[in-house]
Ligand binder design. Sequence first.
Ligand code: NOJ
Length: 563
Amino acid sequence: MVSKAGRWWRSAVVYQVYIRSFADSSGDGVGDIAGLRSRLPYLAGLGIDALWINPWYPSPMRDGGYDVADLRGIDPSFGTLLEAEAMIREAHGLGLRVLLDLVPNHVSDQHAWFREALAAGRAGSGSSARARFLFRDGRGPAGAEPPNDWTSNFGGSAWTRVTDPDGRPEQWYLHLFAPEQPDLDWTNREVQDEFAAVMRFWFDLGVDGFRIDVAHGLAKAEGLPDLGETEWPPGADGRLGHPHWDRDEVHAIYRSWRALADEYDDPRVFVGEAWVHDSERLARYVRSDELHTAFNFDFLLAPWDAEPMRRSIETTLRTHEAVGAAPTWVLSNHDTVREVSRYARPQGVRRLLKLDDVLALPADRPAGLRRARAAALLMLALPGGAYIYQGEELGLPEVEDLPDEALRDPVWALSGHAERGRDGCRVPIPWSGPAPPFGFSPVAADAAPWLPQPASWRELTVEAQTGADGSTLELYRRALAVRREHPALGDGHLTWLCMPAGALAFVRDPGFGCIVNFSAADSVPIPPDAAPLLASGSLTQDRRVPQDTAVWLTLDQSTAKRA
Ligand code: NOJ
């Protein structure tokens, strides 16, 4: 069933399983491997090619599992290594590849290496145990000031000072994320060797590849200089040279990983999570001897508007083609506002990334859903691969009214309750039934879902949407089925057609067309020699595409020629 074998990743639709929120079989309110296994037939039926599973390793869960305590294990709340192996086998049996999440920038403060580093104490400040991390003496009198001015992504300083067993303050360590996520030093040989061994461990277990967490953050400037006025993303002058984001030194790491992945007969693949400031910089991560693919966040961040979307698509295609890589398209993930809610907001702003800023804007919810559905057809028609974040196929909105006491994202506490964080897009999936837990947990569960589901989701369950005319789930199923069969879709090229302002249209060989009307006030006519194949919403009586609607078309030769 795996489509377009060979370099399959160039066309693959990958489904993101945020395992804590996917399906709970044990009844503790947290998703697990057994739950995922029970839902594999659903995923295969949806028509995807691969899964990417968010971190499932042993973890204190200070950052949803991105604080890994053991890189070769499974957290007991998710199951066992044996279950993981069985899951991989079963997925393969259904024609689905499996990607895991590799977190190389940092580990948990409970990882054996970090405990060893702490145990080395002040006397061990030059020890090999500390050299795996970025321990430094503080500045100022008695070293009481952090070693530099870097800030954590989650708020506050990027440095935490450790104390000796007698409670006396000693060195500081770097953490670009939570204090419980100490950064590794990637110039350290042991760190490099350990990650190579970890990759082999999972590859040998049958895993098909890795999503690379914070792929743009592993290299730090020598001497860890102050950030000072350095802006991120770079200011108007485009000046590069940030001391810890998107440094050129990361590429040597990915070249060595690519060599390792290529040793396998069925080559293992990587997708980089690299938040870089433009498509040219992103393309550097997917040069032919580096990562196979990278998430295209530029597309995710583009407002729902024809011109910015077209620019994002064109630039992506051009920069990826220049290095021979296939683009990937993505609308959301476990760190962003779900697109139904994002597109419900006024779309003027280019960088709608700060979650609270997005959600503070007034919402037109029906428009959000219409646009998200149209965006799905646009995304799945573009050349390259695509990512679907669990629940996207159900048209789930962001849960915007989680009570304060339910919030689990470390961002909430670390920002001093200034930012609510990312829990609103992580609420457990509604599978069936009229009330929470909507089949997420078994009927006799001991605990409620770890984040509360809104009662209104009764209309959005998989059960409610299955077979329902016009449901978002059926739209995705149909689109994925067409994509799987249609020779024009997946990897390849597109040709733009002329359209009125506010609309985009392109054709793909052989015989496929896509029209998206973002905002053209007059609906857009479908060419007479084209037949609608699938539409994200109703077309007008006279076969025109209204606003916030996308349509896929079957073309006969003459439309294709006009392109
Ligand atoms: C990116 C992950 O997607 C996010 O969830 C996590 O908090 C950070 N990296 C740190 O690992």
